[in-house]
Design a protein around this ligand. Sequence first.
Ligand SMILES: [Zn+2]
Length: 191
Amino acid sequence: MKPITLLIVLSFLFMPAVHGVDISETCADKKTFKLHLVSVAKGCKKHQLSLGVGAIPPSDFPKYDLDPILKNRFLVARKVAEQEGVYLKITSGFRSIERQTFLFNRALKRYGSYQEATRWVAPPNVSHHPRGIAIDVNYPDQPESARWLENNGWKFGLCRVFKNEWWHFEPITAPGKKCPPMLKDASDLLK
Ligand SMILES: [Zn+2]
């Protein structure tokens, strides 16, 4: 058998496996905010916002804003929460490297050691805020409202990440999939 024939035979053999994977994109109606699943190949329609396919991985620097899919996820979650009388707001989203460096240095002073500081503020190269994939919600005085997002965020692909930060959320799951277990604190990101 010629290599090219072998390749064709193999690709046919593996085709069902590839096509068997059901990759679906979550779309939200811009008016009703109802969620719909569509195949990635089809994509969301014009009257819909895309909530994307899966967890949003950290991408390379530089970044200047929040990830657009994360923005959509939060927007839709906020609208649905509002229908239930809960008001969500981003109190800190994208941060420049300079801003995160300032916050980390301040934490170093406040907590006195690198180890203790990293429990509360992730170093700029590690934090997901400068990468545009982390949001602080209703910080510092509305943990009850953020609790709504903790309980319902997975429907939109948003998860609380740290046991010691009720306000910090990231798009680390696919919309409609349960969130992974929480990390102890930000210092777990260094492990
Ligand atoms: Zn945060």
